[in-house]
Design a protein around this ligand. Sequence first.
Ligand code: PLP
Length: 434
Amino acid sequence: MPETSREFLRRDQQHRRRYLRGLSPPRLKSPNIINKQVYGHETRRLAIQTLRHSIVVLETGMWAERTSHFSLSGIREMFALTKPGAINLGLGQPDFDTPTHIKEAAKEALDKGYTGYTPNKGFPELIDAIASYYEQYGVQAGQEQIICTSGGSEALHLAFEALINPGDEVILPDPGFVAYAPLTHVAGGVPVSARVSADDDFRLQPDTVADRITDKTKALVINSPANPTGAVQRHNEMREFVELADDHNFYIISDEVYDKILYKGKHVSPASIDPDRVIVVNSVSKTYAMTGWRLGYAIAPAAIVEEMLKVHQYIQACAPSISQKAAYAALTGPQESVRSMVDEFFARRSAVMHHLKGIADCVTPEGAFYVFPRFATSDTSFDITMRLAQAGVIVVPGSAFGRFGEGHVRISYAASQQSIDLAFQIIREQVSAR
Ligand code: PLP
């Protein structure tokens, strides 16, 4: 059996880690073990590149150990391996254009000369707009509790940097968004995985979290609606998470970037239950189809925002000025585009669930724009994904989101109905052919 490139990369990573910890000398085998007939030239090229990189790191000890704990996201890896012209159901961004009134606001900001640095925390009127936006969820936040960032990604990074000391543990949903474990490592912390299971519709369970708490627990990450599963936490679960945080003295980092992409009920922010225990992370990326504008924010207790601001000031200075003006227009302007985008996602979700009938087990997602099915095969997530990529459909292996994602794939329906229908013809052929 040829070793898969995923196995090779994992083994290579283990070698690197052990070496860096002084446990064993490097014994890296040649990447010839990768069968290019099965996995193609690109996989082989990536593997060789990784091997060369490892050798440079091992021989020179040039770079920080911190970044040796994780690799580039499996999602990017997937894109690198796919032939041109494939149907892309791997996307983590809406396939809609930014609404016109938002683009107009950006043009006006340019014309008016808003091209310099802004206050470090962001324009005061944008901070007020964020505060007003969160009032709909029962969260009351003052200016001193909000910081604008370069996307939700930077807000997450700042939250980890502000909270985590070396050795602190962070409980993460598994499968969960790819950035959480790397950001924990960057901050010197230890990721602790809390399994989310299809049996609970992929909702993180308070009992599971309780079992993972130790005296080193510093934070719990909650993501509702969730990437990659589309799960939406219930109010009573949020309340229990907050109670656990109060009882065991840790913080909740609540990633709410999909708050508006919700198919039933109302979004619940744990900050509405106890604002002193919660750092809310959000952005305009998904709601307003603005992923490239890089505009996010955090809402947290003032003392934590102060610490986040210190890091933000030195790594970023401020969020992009034009994007701040655009985000202000997004949050305060007409919301019709959001409603029609969510209606369209809802229709596509129904189509995807219909296509999956009889070929996969799949929990019906309640939010975001992903499904997380398990096909009736014993192949690994990576092998299924590779097979689909070679047949012309890009999806993401569930294992990219944590070890409990193995066996699943993430399919994004941020693609046209026509592409979805076409892609599922290929998927059906590929999974039925086994
Ligand atoms: N959180 C989750 C769960 C995501 O899926 C993403 C992007 O895919 C982000 C945060 C980061 O979003 P952004 O930095 O574009 O605001």
